[in-house]
Design a protein around this ligand. Structure first.
Ligand SMILES: [Zn+2]
Length: 344
């Protein structure tokens, strides 16, 4: 009985958003692997394809500058895609695929880079008022399954993708010690080099996070360390509200608060706030591209929605920073989001 009441209460909260009219098949209720489909990774952008794409776009797009910020353990160049019209403008950093098997985040970033080069008046006006930094596929070795440990028990057929870097280190636990070349590159050549006002760290979670039976398409979390400066915490919540509203208005997305609030200062969402006073959010999207544990792996049928969701997360936040509307975003929208459940 109690469960039903809570479901109804949530329905009331989201009714105005159009979520009640979500199509029957969306990223949230799309199928997980569940023994019914093979997991294909062949359609995912490879590292080499990404590098070629970025170089081509940088040659074509006047406003885009591409910088190599370092190399992975296996020697792959790590890229920073920069749109800096005026150094005085506010700057946002989008980071994807610290975990190599969380791939739609990068696909969304590449779509967004293509969009930023569209030449449309609206996009160019936005780029006059916000600087955008994008570090896609930070864990390029893990994304390509080119690692110094076996992945034989992973689910995907074809190319494997893994959370860890080539030396089996979790990059998103390395932001204090900074032992990996990938995290060193990010800190030395991005975080310590540019004045960054906002950041979103893009990830994927499992496939079964839900709210009383309704699967989420994603989850948000602001820095949880008690030592984060109050203003940084507040601006993180405003950023979360802008992302939530930008994605939620599609009607098919279902975002809640992430259910594993960690105060670990070595994860990016806390580390960036603590070390650089950057308002930051962790954005977790549904389902991983590959893993040894089946309930984490989402089949490719939801890829389109998830790529769009990552794209919208970037588009809505960059716009709100450019036009200043982020300043009046209501942090209580984020505060009042229920926490998703983790049902495994
Ligand atoms: Zn992750």
């Amino acid at each position: 009985m109690k469960k039903k009441v809570l479901v109804l209460a949530l329905s009331a909260v989201i009714a105005g958003s159009g979520a009640a009219m979500a199509p029957a098949f969306a990223a949230g209720n799309g199928p997980d692997v569940n023994g019914n489909q093979t997991v294909q990774t062949a359609m995912l952008t490879t590292y080499n394809e990404m590098a070629d794409f970025l170089k081509k776009e940088a040659a074509k797009q006047e406003r885009l500058e591409l910088e190599v910020i370092g190399q992975t353990v296996k020697g792959r160049d790590l890229f920073l895609a920069k749109y800096i019209t005026n150094p005085e403008n506010p700057t946002i950093l989008y980071l994807t695929q610290q975990h190599g098997n969380e791939a739609m985040t990068t696909e969304g970033a590449l779509d967004y880079i293509r969009h930023l080069g569209s030449g449309s008046k609206k996009v160019n006006e936005m780029l006059d008022n916000v600087n955008i930094l994008i570090v896609p596929m930070l864990n390029a070795d893990g994304a390509m399954g080119d690692v110094n440990f076996p992945l034989d028990n992973y689910m995907a057929s074809g190319r494997h993708l893994t959370r860890f870097n080539a030396d089996r280190v979790d990059l998103n636990r390395d932001h204090v010690n900074k032992v990996t070349p990938e995290v060193q590159a990010l800190h030395q050549n991005v975080l310590q080099k540019y004045k960054i006002d906002y950041m979103i760290d893009f990830h994927h979670q499992g496939t079964q996070e839900d709210y009383f039976g309704k699967l989420t398409t994603g989850a948000l979390l602001t820095p949880q360390s008690p030592d984060v400066a109050p203003e940084v915490a507040l601006n993180s919540k405003k950023l979360a509200t802008v992302l939530y509203e930008g994605v939620d208005k599609t009607g098919w997305a279902f975002l809640l608060k992430f259910d594993e609030p960690t105060t670990n200062s070595a994860v990016a969402s806390n580390a960036m706030a603590l070390q650089y006073d950057i308002p930051v959010i962790l954005f977790e999207m549904r389902g991983m591209a590959d893993h040894s544990y089946e309930p984490y792996v989402l089949g490719q049928k939801s890829n389109g929605y998830l790529i769009k969701q990552a794209f919208l997360a970037m588009e809505s936040t960059a716009k709100a920073i450019a036009d200043g509307s982020i300043d009046s975003a209501d942090p209580s929208v984020y505060d009042n989001l229920p926490e998703q459940h983790y049902s495994y």
